[in-house]
Design a protein around this ligand. Sequence first.
Ligand SMILES: [Fe+2]
Ligand SMILES: [Fe+2]
Length: 333
Amino acid sequence: MTFFEGSPEGSGKKYPVNHWHPGSIRLGMTTGTAMASDSVVPLTRSQIERRLQDCPRLPSLSTINSALRELLNADQRYTSQVAEIIRRDPSLTARLLRLVNSVYYGLTSPVNSIEEAVFYLGVRQIRQLVMVTPVIEDFTRLAGHTAFPWREFWQHCIGTAILAREVLTAQQTPADEVDYVSGLVHDVGKIAMAAAFPRHFEIIHHQRDQRTQDLLSIETEVLGIDHAELGALYLQSHHLPDVLVEVARFHHQPERAGHHAPMVAAVHLADLLVRHARIGNSGNQTPVSDEDWLNDNAWDILFPQKFEAEKMIARATVQRSLERLPTILEGLV
Ligand SMILES: [Fe+2]
Ligand SMILES: [Fe+2]
């Protein structure tokens, strides 16, 4: 691989590289032999932007809408019509059957037909599945062979997407598929980092296991940029909608968001919730306590004029959704 990992333009600070065991999928599992001769330095903004230009785009993000529209336009009284759209995509079919059989594991005989699966899951869950499948496939290609618990990472992203929608529903924002996609790609900066700066990425996550500092400051120290800003640059360079860029950029600082502040706040809370419940693995294992998510300022962004009672109802609704999440995720990823 010919990725450059540092140059004299950077700060000059060097970090030793620990090489990952090829078979390892968990963070921190290395061969145990740190190769101190190998090192990386933080990069400048222009070096980072140049490198990102070469990073492949996510074709799924531009095709998602057409697949969805087709599905939504299908007359929902006829599950056969929905099933027909799904049948055209073998990977979607496989995921759908896996999902229905894991969510409804109590069924006496496994579900083998798409029509039956559509009947059990309902159109809402099917729509989520249609969106998730191509994005995850793209992400997997982009992330390459970097050692990282990717399956758990996808669970983190999908969990955040599902809960962001729940938060917005509790706040009575009408459903729009863009909030699901925003949740799904909020951490795309980590994937872009693994693709464009694999050695920096490995060092960052190795250090994350050893140090008490938060992930974003380790990223800035080692690479020169954190995953939130990197994700925003990546989405911008591929001309993806502003809302996705803003969610990626501010999902750890929702108070700095502009136009799309409610969406950013919803994704921020969803991210905190899945980390609090330890669902999936975002690569950021800093514990999130009950107080952290219950008292987070993002609730005030979502409910600026409302009574405390409405916030409490919203929190309770979201908490109930959180309990159902692990079962749904098992089937999806
Ligand atoms: Fe993040
Ligand atoms: Fe996240």
